[in-house]
Ligand binder design. Structure first.
Ligand SMILES: CC(C)(COP(=O)(O)OP(=O)(O)OC[C@H]1O[C@@H](n2cnc3c(N)ncnc32)[C@H](O)[C@@H]1OP(=O)(O)O)[C@@H](O)C(=O)NCCC(=O)NCCS
Length: 162
C-alpha cells in the first residue's frame, strides 16, 4: 500500500463536466444536474465540482438558495465511489459553506436520508445538528429502464456558519 497525495480544488461545475459525471448517478440524475446548471446561471444555486490536477470532477454538489430565504441548502452531494472515505466529502461541504458565506449568509441546511447513517455521521462531525424530519421523494431510473417514484424519510440538519 502507498499513500498518494491529491491536490484538490473546488470550482463551478459546467456543462462540459457532465460527460465525466456518470459515476454520480443515472442518466436521469445527470440530466437533472444539467437543469440545475441553468439555475446556477441565474444565480439561484451554486453547483460545485471538486477536481484533482486533471480538472476532472471526483465530487460534486449544490447549494440551493431558494429552498428557504437566507439559508444555503446543500443537496445532491456525491463523491466518486472509488474515492469515498478519503476526506473529499469534507472538502466539498467546506467549499459549499464558503459559497454560502460569500453570499453574506450564515446558515447552512441539508436533508439526509434516515437510511444513510454514514452521511449523517459525516454532517454531524462537521457541526450539523438535526432539528426535524420530513418525507421526500424523487424520480429514479429503475433497473428495467423505467422511471419510478422513490420515497424516503429524511432528517433535516442545520449549521450556523461562523
Ligand atoms: C456521503 C459522501 C458525500 C461523503 O463523502 P466522503 O468523501 O466519503 O466523506 P469523507 O471521506 O470526507 O468523510 C467520511 C468518512 O471518511 C473518513 N475520513 C475523512 N477524512 C479521512 C482521511 N483523510 N483519511 C481516512 N479517512 C477519512 C471519515 O471519518 C468518515 O468515515 P467513514 O467512511 O467510516 O464514514 C459520499 O460518501 C457519497 O458520495 N456517498 C454516496 C452518495 C450520498 O450518500 N450522498 C449524500 C446524500 S445526503
Amino acid at each position: 500500500m502507498i499513500d498518494v497525495v491529491l491536490k484538490l480544488s473546488a470550482r463551478d461545475l459546467v456543462h462540459a463536466d457532465l460527460a465525466s459525471c456518470g459515476w454520480a448517478g443515472s442518466d436521469h440524475h445527470v440530466a437533472d444536474v444539467a437543469r440545475q446548471l441553468e439555475r446556477a446561471r441565474a444565480g439561484e444555486v451554486d453547483y460545485l465540482a471538486v477536481c484533482p490536477a486533471t480538472d476532472i470532477p471526483v465530487a460534486k454538489g449544490g447549494v440551493d438558495y431558494e429552498v428557504k430565504a437566507g439559508v444555503g441548502t446543500l443537496w445532491q452531494l456525491a463523491v466518486h465511489p472509488a474515492l469515498q472515505s478519503c476526506g473529499i466529502g469534507t472538502f466539498l461541504v467546506e467549499a459549499a459553506e464558503l459559497r454560502i458565506r460569500n453570499r453574506g449568509l450564515r446558515q447552512a441546511e441539508l436533508a439526509v436520508e434516515e437510511r444513510n447513517p454514514r452521511a449523517r455521521a459525516l454532517y454531524q462531525r462537521l457541526g450539523y445538528v438535526a432539528y426535524d424530519r420530513r418525507p421526500d421523494s424523487w424520480d429514479e431510473r429503475a433497473p428495467d429502464g423505467s422511471l419510478r417514484r422513490y420515497e424516503t424519510m429524511c432528517t433535516l440538519m442545520r449549521k450556523e456558519l461562523s
